[in-house]
Write a new protein. Structure first.
Length: 531
């Protein structure tokens, strides 16, 4: 690389420093709200009431007033948002003000009382903005730095930077409005990053099926951003574009979820299903609520507060980043199963315990046995006896619902070991081995290869075919498999690690004769034919 250009690490440091400076500036300007009276709502530089609130704010009971412009207070016209805040702060909190609001050429009046802006308000609003913004930027830049060649890394970087700018500048949005224009650009562009992700992750469809389509979501974002910038201080046009951006964000989230579901229903690889499991966990826990809030807010004309999206939104890019960066995803099953299993088990046991206590309390309220010192011991013993059957039911249900598996690992190992010990026929061993692999890993097509006596090639021995496939011992696939040190070899991960398109095409040619997606080394010392 020429010395005239910055290295990737230097670019990452610059991006993080810029985000840090923006976060620090917005923190300093927003802290001044603590301890001061405010109208019970905020207004932006164009005097529009944004679609944000907390449950105890006076505006929360009047959500239809979101996206209205404040044109007068107590009958006096307002030219700026600062004039509104000055009037409210000139009297103690709790004072009632009559506001004249305008939207779509229609005016109405509403009386609302002012409130003191507390530390709790700051943490739940501005603190949430700042935390979410920093998290989005750090995750986007971090994943791009760790996996610069993965197609999804650039998409996540775009989403992280745009979403981070949108969230960070939210702390400045209600005064002094220094970054108002940057805020609306972030609002217009972060949905484009989501659509970009939908096209390249978990399967890169853009290169194979839709070349050049990645430009389209950014053209839409640029168009929205330009109109935003031109009509930023026209309240009516601003609200219209804002609602379009919220709809765009909601639809982008639906597109990403649909892409993941489609890839899961017809996967190219077992590893794709593994990545989708992480995405779905992150989507449901982190982005389902924000996407629903934004889409609903846009469709209702801004009548839904969207600031609650900040509570969970960082979980979504975090799960995406993990799925993009992580090389060995085979332990994800264990990770997700443990998390889902213990969460469900704890919740079920807690509810069951409370139900039992309630029923016993009602049934034995007047009974002398309830006061016996043996009663707590008997009750604890009964709960312990119920624990193991409940655990088995929950494990089977979780495996079936979340992992599409019906097997019990302990039983599979026990049955397979017994079957292997009971036969000395090589064909029977192959049959049992392949049936176990299909049953547990859900492999739809594949085969078992053994090293020939001449030790120059591997031959497919199961399932039996008229013309078994032959794999030379010098084949690049086997060389790569030896480098894995016992770990599975996945085409999906190898494609992510190859830096250039030429290397990816060469990799495809290596795999194409066998249409292989996954290779695993098996050892069996009792076979003289190989291992």
């Amino acid at each position: 690389m020429s010395s005239r250009w910055l290295s990737q690490k230097e670019k990452a440091v610059i991006l993080l420093l810029m985000a840090g400076g923006l976060a620090l500036t917005c923190t300093l300007t927003s802290v001044r709200w603590v301890g001061t009276p405010f109208p019970g709502f905020f207004v932006m530089a164009n005097r529009v009431i944004p679609s944000i609130s907390l449950p105890h704010w006076t505006i929360a009971a009047h959500s239809r007033l979101y996206q209205h412009a404040v044109v007068a207070v107590n009958g006096h016209s307002l030219a700026t948002s600062a004039a509104l805040y000055a009037v409210v702060q000139s009297v103690p909190p709790g004072s009632v003000f009559t506001y004249t609001l305008e939207k779509d050429g229609q005016q109405e009046q509403v009386a609302l009382s002012s409130l003191p802006f507390t530390v709790k308000d700051y943490l739940l609003l501005f603190g949430l903005y700042l935390f979410s913004g920093v998290a989005l930027v750090v995750i986007g830049v971090g994943v791009w730095l760790l996996k610069p060649d993965a197609p999804a890394s650039l998409a996540l970087l775009t989403f992280g930077l745009a979403g981070g700018a949108f969230a960070l500048t939210g702390a400045d949005l209600y005064g002094p409005h220094w970054f108002f224009r940057l805020h609306v650009l972030g609002e217009a562009f972060f949905p484009a990053g989501l659509i970009h992700l939908a096209l390249v992750f978990p399967v890169d469809r853009s290169r194979r099926y839709y070349p050049g389509v990645l430009v389209l979501p950014y053209i839409i974002a640029l168009s929205l951003g330009l109109v935003y910038e031109l009509y930023l201080y026209d309240p009516s046009t601003y609200s219209f574009i804002h609602n379009l951006c919220m709809i765009y964000a909601g639809l982008a989230g639906v597109a990403l979820l649909s892409s993941a579901i489609w890839a899961y229903a017809a996967p190219d690889s077992y590893l794709i299903r593994q990545k989708i499991r992480v995405i779905l966990v992150g989507f449901l826990s982190g982005f389902a609520l924000p996407a629903l809030l934004m889409l609903t807010s846009g469709l209702t004309g801004g009548e839904i507060a969207v600031n609650y999206a900040g509570f969970t939104v960082f979980l979504f890019p975090l799960s995406l980043g993990y799925a993009i960066v992580k090389h060995d995803l085979f332990e994800i099953d264990a990770f997700l199963k443990r998390g889902m299993y213990y969460l469900t088990l704890t919740t079920t046991l807690t509810l069951t315990y409370l139900l039992c206590l309630t029923l016993l309390s009602l049934g034995f309220r007047s009974s002398d046995s309830a006061s016996s010192p043996l009663f707590p011991l008997v009750f604890a013993l009964a709960v312990a006896l119920l624990l193991n059957p409940l655990k088995e039911v929950l494990q089977k249900g979780i495996d079936r619902v979340f992992f599409r598996l019906r097997y019990d690992p302990k039983k599979v190992l026990e049955v397979t070991s017994t079957a292997f010990a009971a036969t000395l026929q090589r064909e029977d061993v192959f049959f049992l081995l392949w049936r176990t692999i299909q049953y547990t890993v859900n492999v739809r097509q594949g085969g078992i290869f053994l090293l020939a006596l001449d030790k120059k090639h591997y031959t497919q021995v199961y399932p039996p075919t008229e013309t078994p496939s032959v794999l030379s011992i010098t084949h690049p696939l086997l060389q790569r498999l030896q480098e894995q040190e016992g770990r599975p070899l996945s085409l999906f991960h190898l494609r992510d690690t190859e830096a250039t398109s030429e290397e990816r095409e060469a990799l495809d040619q290596e795999y194409s004769p066998f249409h292989a997606q996954l290779l695993m080394k098996l050892s069996q010392n009792s076979f003289r034919a190989g291992k």
